[in-house]
Design a protein around this ligand. Structure first.
Ligand SMILES: C[S@@+](CC[C@H](N)C(=O)[O-])C[C@H]1O[C@@H](n2cnc3c(N)ncnc32)[C@H](O)[C@@H]1O
Length: 234
């Protein structure tokens, strides 16, 4: 787990994550080394709890503790494919599925981001790394997701993901439209900065240079979280 801590920073402490999304309640065990859901994940969860996935084969990339995977199952997905970068990480979502008695047919796949052999899928869902992406080019996971969505999705399939204003929302919309997708916004919400943003001066400097990255109100910094639903052409 040491290497994971290095790759993803300090959001990997053990916790019990209890939450309600729409009518769905969950209590997830999050061991050390697995990503603890942040406001990004909670925002995406609130949005997913209102989306109908009936009959769909849905891929979630970077499933973490399974917060979104559970919602996909409860919102009707017929089949799930869940990925993580290391096999050990997939044990947590297996455990949380068993704990909540989820019996949706599910494949657990170790894969490096969009390099996924199975599919194509009806819908792809993800909360891409950004602030803690570990990449010099922080948008790496967002850009590759958008550019390779056509390899993962069926024609007419949809891509649902969350990102911050700090990751440049207009740029994502432009890229998706340039790739021929029809872009919609499922939900937006404002959140105060995570403490770890202030621990990375390079990050803060980059964000200060991006117009519209954040807002300062009453001495507090707020980012805007946006959940997209983008559809490929038929
Ligand atoms: C921002 S976290 C989101 C986790 C979870 N979906 C949530 O919202 O709480 C990103 C997830 O992607 C995984 N991840 C990081 N790099 C990856 C890669 N190259 N391929 C697949 N997953 C990766 C991390 O282990 C982590 O679980």
């Amino acid at each position: 787990m040491k290497s994971l801590t290095k790759r993803h920073g300090d959001n990997l402490y053990p916790a019990l994550f209890r939450a309600q999304f729409g009518s769905h309640e969950m209590s997830l065990d999050v061991p050390a080394g697995v990503w603890n859901p942040t406001p990004h994940g909670v925002h995406l969860g609130n949005v997913l709890a209102e989306v109908d996935f009936s009959g769909e084969h849905v891929l979630e990339i970077g499933t973490g503790c399974g917060v979104h995977a559970l919602l996909l199952a409860w919102q009707g997905a017929a089949r799930l494919t869940l990925t993580e970068i290391e096999a050990a990480l997939l044990e947590t979502v297996r455990h949380n599925f068993a704990k909540h008695k989820v019996d949706t047919p599910t494949e657990y796949v170790v894969a490096d981001w969009v390099h996924i052999e199975c599919g194509p899928f009806d819908t792809v869902v993800t909360n891409p790394p950004f602030a803690k992406s570990g990449k010099r080019y922080r948008r790496y996971f967002i850009d590759t997701l958008i550019l390779d969505a056509h390899k993962l999705l069926k024609p007419g399939g949809r891509l649902i993901f969350v990102q911050s204003s700090m990751a440049d929302v207009p740029r994502s919309i432009r890229m998706m439209e340039e790739c021929g997708m029809t872009v919609g916004i499922l939900g937006e919400s404002d959140h105060e900065f995570r403490d770890y943003y202030f621990e990375d001066p390079t990050y803060l400097l980059e964000m200060a240079r991006l117009p519209g990255a954040y807002d300062v109100r009453g001495g507090l910094h707020f980012e805007r979280l946006v959940a997209f639903e983008a559809r490929l052409p038929q």
